[in-house]
Unconditional design. Structure first.
Length: 273
């Protein structure tokens, strides 16, 4: 399921990451790679957005790492309902599996299919009818869904997983550590502002290369059984793509012509493939 992070096996053949900065990751040997993975969409503002590290340090000094109820739960809910006004109920869970397990009683013990735009026509189409449970991905329309799980900074990695519903759900959620939730609220606020200010057309200048593009998302044009070889070729050219076929790569918010020069040169090769 594409909401979850890829397994360690999916990254076989990838360089180890020693550090990251902005939209670049660096191997232990100092080689730089342009990050097209971006934590499966959770890092679309790049690594360490401005002020985020300071928020982590501040929250650790003030709050400590223990999981307990905090004011940040209400602040997160207000922030999310402001962006998703049709889904006023907000639950926050430590992980995606825990969120789904908590939702099972709502549906009588069996979850409905989870609609994900990247698995449904590669994000080109919204569902024709209302769905019970769906994912929202940045820059794609909000699907008509009773329950929504948005991809946001930190979702399911260092932060909480948010469940948004049109109606109130009697679903208990364990408290999250405010040490993590406070920086996540800051990151989401920054993210919503960034979404509002970013013109999706700014991604249009990125080379099409071996992908089809939808907004910032890059979907491989090769067959699924050819994806591993494509990934190897991209890594050899200094790119860090999504490791899984059904999780799109993402155009970085910052890149220079030198980093994508070979993509432009090889565009004809992939267009004729």
């Amino acid at each position: 399921m594409s909401f979850e992070l890829p397994s360690a096996d999916s990254f076989a053949g990838y360089p180890a990451v020693r550090r990251s900065r902005g939209f670049r990751v660096y191997s232990p040997e100092g080689r730089r790679f342009l990050d097209l993975y971006q934590d499966a969409g959770r890092g679309m503002m790049g690594s360490r957005p401005q002020g985020l590290i300071l928020r982590f340090k501040s929250s650790l000094e003030k709050l400590g790492p223990a999981a307990m109820p905090s004011v940040w739960t209400q602040r997160a809910a207000r922030l999310l309902t402001g962006f998703f006004p049709d889904h006023p109920w907000v639950g926050i869970f430590p992980s995606f599996p825990e969120a789904l397990k908590a939702l099972e009683p709502v549906y009588g013990g069996g979850l409905p299919p989870l609609w994900d735009p990247v698995e449904a026509g590669y994000g080109r189409h919204l569902p024709e009818n209302n769905v019970a449970l769906s994912i929202w991905r940045p820059f794609l329309p909000v699907p008509c869904s009773d329950v929504l799980l948005p991809i946001l900074p930190g979702t399911g990695t260092w932060g909480g997983v948010f469940v948004l519903s049109r109606k109130s759900l009697n679903v208990p959620a364990p408290p999250l550590s405010p040490f993590l939730l406070a920086p996540q609220v800051y990151g989401i606020r920054l993210f919503f502002r960034w979404l509002h200010e970013t013109d999706p057309d700014t991604y249009a200048n990125f080379p099409r290369g071996p992908w089809e593009r939808l907004g910032p998302y890059l979907f491989p044009r090769c067959r699924e059984d050819e994806h591993t070889e494509l990934v190897k070729e991209l890594i050899a050219r200094g790119l860090y793509p999504s490791p899984e076929y059904f999780i799109p790569s993402i155009i970085p918010g910052d890149y220079d012509e030198g980093e994508i020069k070979q993509l432009r040169e090889w565009e004809g090769k992939w267009n004729s493939a």
